[in-house]
Design a protein around this ligand. Structure first.
Ligand code: LMR
Length: 328
């Protein structure tokens, strides 16, 4: 009797010690947008699913709105191990791989379905793995939507209307070339600084999705938003290769599953969020939404054409052709 009790106690102690040995993994996920956006919603879903699949083993802390790290710092922080997941827009990786610039080519993708189909193909999949030597592993693509152009001016219909204007751009050389082709002045700037820069006139315009224009209140400090759909904002969820490879097998499996499910959830929502936010912007009546005719769109397309030539060499013909094929 006594011996069984002692044996039981010892077994319990051993179990405790073992569970103590696999300490809780704290997973930090940092991003720059609001919770109510496609990326914000997908990140929260990932937290919910990961904690459900790995009870007591994993706690996911989501830091939205550049609270932990902004644009300028998040990639460095990931490489230093200060954060475990980030989901920068595809425009923000060009220091790590030139091929990813394909996503920034103006008027390449007709819509997010085309982007999705490209990402699920061999070129898209290869890009997820293309930064491994630099310490970054892509786990998924998350959608936002098509970019619209906005300025502090009353008229925004044709490329001439942005001549000489200062635009905030994401840190991408392709986007810089795009605004130079429009004879305007691009300025690379972190996302968290854009509202104030627009408000104070440091820049006069920007390009973004409806969900970002709404959640950041850009529509309150811009006069006109032209429905150009000239490019995309989409994301790659990346992690630190060393950290990821060092995770216990069960944690890695649970996080991978949670990521796949959160991706499906968020990507299904993205379009609806953008459409709803466009409606809210229209209802607010602060910025005018400028519809464009086929001829207007053709003029923007033509003005931005030189960008393709400039980056074709770095990107390679193969991804560009695959992207073109993904348009239905
Ligand atoms: C931007 O900087 O405008 C966007 O990339 C922000 C985001 O993450 O959607």
């Amino acid at each position: 009797m006594k011996i069984t009790l002692i044996a039981k106690f010892a077994a319990g102690a051993l179990a405790l010690a073992l569970s103590g040995a696999q300490a809780q993994t704290i997973v930090k996920f940092s991003h720059v947008v609001a919770d109510a956006t496609p990326k914000g919603q997908a990140a929260l879903k990932f937290k919910e699913l990961a904690e459900k699949k790995l009870p007591g083993k994993v706690t996911v802390q989501v830091f939205p709105s550049s609270q932990l790290f902004g644009d300028a710092k998040e990639l460095e922080a990931l490489l230093l191990g200060d954060v475990h997941f980030i989901a920068p827009s595809l425009s923000k990786f060009d220091r790590y791989t030139k091929k990813i610039q394909v996503f920034d080519l103006p008027f390449l993708f007709d819509d997010i379905d085309a982007v999705d189909s490209f990402q699920s193909g061999p070129n898209g999949k290869a890009l997820l793995e293309s930064m491994k030597a630099r310490g970054l592993l892509g786990l998924a693509y998350w959608h936002n939507g098509m970019k619209q152009l906005s300025t502090s001016k009353d008229v925004l219909k044709r490329p001439d209307d942005v001549k000489g204007l200062k635009f905030r751009i994401q840190a991408s050389d392709v986007l810089e070339a795009q605004f130079r082709a429009l004879n305007s002045n691009p300025q690379k700037m972190a996302f968290s600084e854009v509202y104030q820069a627009l408000q104070t006139g440091v820049v006069e315009g920007q390009e973004n999705t409806w969900s970002n224009i709404y959640s950041q209140k850009f529509f309150e400090v811009q006069k006109t938003i032209a429905e150009t759909n000239h490019g995309i904002i989409d994301y790659m969820v990346v992690t630190n290769v060393k950290w990821w490879d060092g995770l216990p097998a069960d944690v890695k499996k649970g996080l991978s599953e949670a990521m796949a499910e959160a991706t499906a959830y968020g990507n299904k929502l993205a379009n609806d969020i953008n459409e709803a936010d466009k409606k809210k912007i229209a209802e607010a009546g602060k910025a005018k939404i400028q519809k464009l005719s086929k001829e207007d769109v053709a003029a923007w397309r033509k003005a931005m054409e030189p960008v393709w030539k400039k980056f074709e060499g770095d990107i390679g013909r193969d991804p560009i052709d695959a992207a073109l094929k993904s348009n239905k």
